[in-house]
Each structure stands twice: as structure tokens, then as C-alpha cells.
Design a protein around this ligand. Structure first.
Ligand code: FE2
Length: 391
């Protein structure tokens, strides 16, 4: 019998090749003034940027442009809000990777308040509750990774010794519209495709194994993982393969829905603690730790909690990847764990020492790492074992 659950709203979704062309008419539904957020240059040097500007001019839509070059900081969100507070914006359109989408989500939520965003961040703010009002927000991903186009939180980052990676979160912050056109991801470079793809992989697996998962999130996660199984290697090795890119765009979009409804696990606990200390891409942290954290989880469940449903789920994942239905659960589990390690190597997901994480930072990272909804809660020694395995 399915257990009880609640399911959050999703954006209105337009998915598939060519959907980018719908943007002018979709924006028009909200009004005739839009703020467009993009990353530093990859999108704005593409032909899609020229097409969009021409189409907006033809539709008599007035637009402003603001660049989000890195993961958004509180200072940058506040700066953008200050700049456009009196622009009478009718919609915010974010076109980019997870950082740009998260920035757009936060800016659309902070424009009606004009207060520092940091006040409202989980864990580091003043505890002030956001009333959930915002300017309509349209999310258009150009990478397949974070699934931010379907989530209700924006991750805001302050890097440094007292750095953090914290969320601005509200049910109403789910984007009004997600326009997911895999054509936009065709030019994403190989290492970015690998890192963001491993993020989507981690998010789907963690939400599937999560103690908060339910029949609906499981159904979505399994079908999306089936797309990712073939789509990820295709997208990494043949960047212009639209079939692989479409599979990955779908997997990433669904990973946002499953993580918003089932939560995540220890790997994303690390992503939060490491991400605030070092400037390492989120997807690389997830991809790098995915193998070892899953191995420790399986090892400890086999020792301490052999009837845990997660072990059955690991076996089901293994069967999907091995396609050898006749083999037993232990074979399938090992196949899945080996698959993660093989992909980590094949996609050249580097270890942390190459990315500036230092020995001295380990105790603080361990202290700040939570297990979230992992099916097994790693203790401090096991967290340290996982981290040291990747240094
Ligand atoms: Fe993630």
C-alpha cells in the first residue's frame, strides 16, 4: 500500500526541442517589461540571444539585461534588486545554469520587499519569514544538472572561512514557467556536461533512496534515471547528440521535482559544507563523492540494517544498469556501485586536492556536514573516511 505523502506544485512546463521560441508570447502573458538574467558569456555569444532580442523587439517587449557571472552571493542579489527596484518589471527571465536560475529565483522574490536577502536565508539569516510574494519568474536552463527550473529554493553562496551555501526557500518560489529546450545545452563544454550530469544523477539517486521518498517521487526518479543511463554518456562524449542532450534535460528537470518532494542525502550534505569553504563546482563535489558515500551507506546497511528498503532500491538500480535480470540482489548492488566509480573515472571527475580543498579544512567540513534524508546516517568517522577518499 502506498504511504501517505504531499506533493508540491510544479511550474507550467514547456519541454522539448524548439520550445525556446515560445518565450516572447509567454512573457507577453505577464506584461511588456522583463529583466533577463544570463551568465557571463556562453548564452549571450550564441545565436539564441540574437533571436530572442529580435523577437522581443518585434513583440514590443521592453527588456533589461543583468549578468550573473558566478554562484550568486547575497551582495549580488541585493545589488541587482537595488538597480531594478523602480523598473516596473512584469517578469524575471533567467537563462543559464543553476547559478543564474537560482539568482533569478531570489531576485524575483526580493524585488517586492527591497530588504537584504541574507535576512531570509535558512540558518544564517535573522529568522525573518518571507511572505512568499514575488514577480513572475521564468526559468530556462542551458545546462542539465541542478534542476533549479522545478525547485522552490534558491541557493545563495558566500565563499570564505565563514562562508556558507544556504537556501532562500518558499513554496511560492517554484518558477511560474520552466522552458526546457535541450537545444540550448548543445554547446555546454564536456567537463561542465559531466559535472552537471553527475549532479542530476546524484539528485535522482539520493531522492529515490531518501527516507522521505514516496511512490510518486520513486516513479518519477526511476523513469528519469532510465533516461540518464544512456543520456549521460551520450551527452558527455558526443556533445552535439540531441538525443543524449534531450534525455539529460529531462533527467535534470525531474531531479528538481524529486528532490523538492523527497529531499536529498549525505552527498548534498557535503555539497553544502564544502561549497561554502571552497570554490569547487557543485556538480564536481557531488560526482566526486557519489561513489564512496554510496559504498559506505551500503556497507553499513548490510552490517546494521539488513531489512532497510534502501538495499532493495540499490538492487533495483543495479538491475536497470546491468540489464541482467537473472542475477541476485548482491550482484546488482555491486554492479551499480561499480558503475558510479566507472563513470567518475570515465568522465574525469577530479579529486578535491586538485581543486584547492586543504587538510586543515577537514574538521570544520565534517562538523558542518548533515546526512539530510540518507537511508543511513554516516557518523563523523565515516564522513571523514568518505572525504579523505577523495583528497
Ligand atoms: Fe545538486
Amino acid at each position: 500500500m502506498p504511504k501517505s505523502f504531499s506533493f508540491a506544485s510544479t511550474p507550467q512546463i514547456h519541454f522539448g526541442v524548439g520550445k525556446f521560441g515560445l518565450l516572447p508570447q509567454l512573457i507577453e502573458n505577464y506584461g511588456n517589461t522583463v529583466l533577463i538574467l544570463t551568465g557571463a558569456k556562453s548564452f549571450t555569444s550564441s545565436k539564441h540571444w540574437d533571436t530572442l532580442r529580435e523577437d522581443l523587439s518585434q513583440s514590443k517587449i521592453e527588456w533589461y539585461h543583468y549578468v550573473i557571472p558566478n554562484e550568486p552571493s547575497p551582495k549580488q542579489i541585493d545589488h541587482c534588486v537595488d538597480q531594478f527596484i523602480n523598473a516596473n518589471l512584469k517578469a524575471i527571465l533567467a537563462i543559464g545554469g543553476g547559478s543564474v536560475l537560482d539568482a533569478g529565483k531570489a531576485i524575483s522574490a526580493m524585488l517586492p520587499l527591497n530588504k537584504p536577502v541574507k535576512n531570509f536565508l535558512e540558518g544564517v539569516g535573522t529568522g525573518e519569514i518571507h511572505p512568499g510574494i514575488k514577480i513572475p519568474f521564468i526559468a530556462v536552463p542551458t545546462t542539465s544538472g541542478t534542476g533549479s527550473e522545478t525547485t522552490k529554493n534558491a541557493v545563495i553562496t558566500e565563499v570564505g572561512n565563514h562562508g556558507f551555501k544556504k537556501s532562500l526557500r518558499h513554496e511560492n518560489f517554484v518558477p511560474n514557467l520552466a522552458v526546457v529546450d535541450p537545444t540550448l545545452t548543445l554547446t555546454s563544454p564536456k567537463n561542465q556536461t559531466a559535472n552537471s550530469g553527475m549532479d542530476a544523477f546524484t539528485q535522482l539517486v539520493e531522492s529515490y533512496l531518501s527516507t522521505k521518498s514516496n511512490l510518486m517521487t520513486d516513479s518519477l526518479a526511476i523513469k528519469a534515471l532510465n533516461q540518464l543511463k544512456d543520456g549521460l554518456p551520450q551527452a558527455v562524449h558526443e556533445g552535439l547528440n540531441i538525443e543524449g542532450r534531450t534525455k539529460m534535460a529531462y533527467a535534470a528537470m525531474i531531479s528538481g521535482i524529486t528532490l523538492a518532494n523527497a529531499g536529498l542525502g549525505t552527498i548534498h550534505g557535503f555539497a553544502s559544507s564544502i561549497g561554502g569553504k571552497c570554490n569547487i563546482p557543485h556538480g564536481l563535489i557531488c560526482g566526486s563523492l557519489m561513489g564512496i558515500v554510496n559504498r559506505i551507506t551500503v556497507r553499513e546497511l548490510r552490517k546494521k540494517d539488513t531489512t532497510n528498503i534502501a538495499l532493495k532500491k540499490y538492487a533495483r538500480l543495479g538491475k536497470m544498469f546491468s540489464q541482467k535480470d537473472e542475477k541476485g540482489p548482491n550482484y546488482q548492488i555491486e554492479f551499480f556501485l561499480d558503475k558510479i566509480d566507472n563513470w567518475t573515472e570515465e568522465f574525469q571527475i577530479s579529486i578535491f586536492s586538485k581543486s584547492g580543498l586543504e587538510e586543515i579544512q577537514i574538521p570544520m567540513i565534517i562538523k558542518e556536514t548533515g546526512n539530510k534524508n540518507n537511508p543511513y546516517s554516516l557518523n563523523s568517522a565515516e564522513l571523514e573516511e568518505a572525504l579523505r577518499n577523495r583528497i
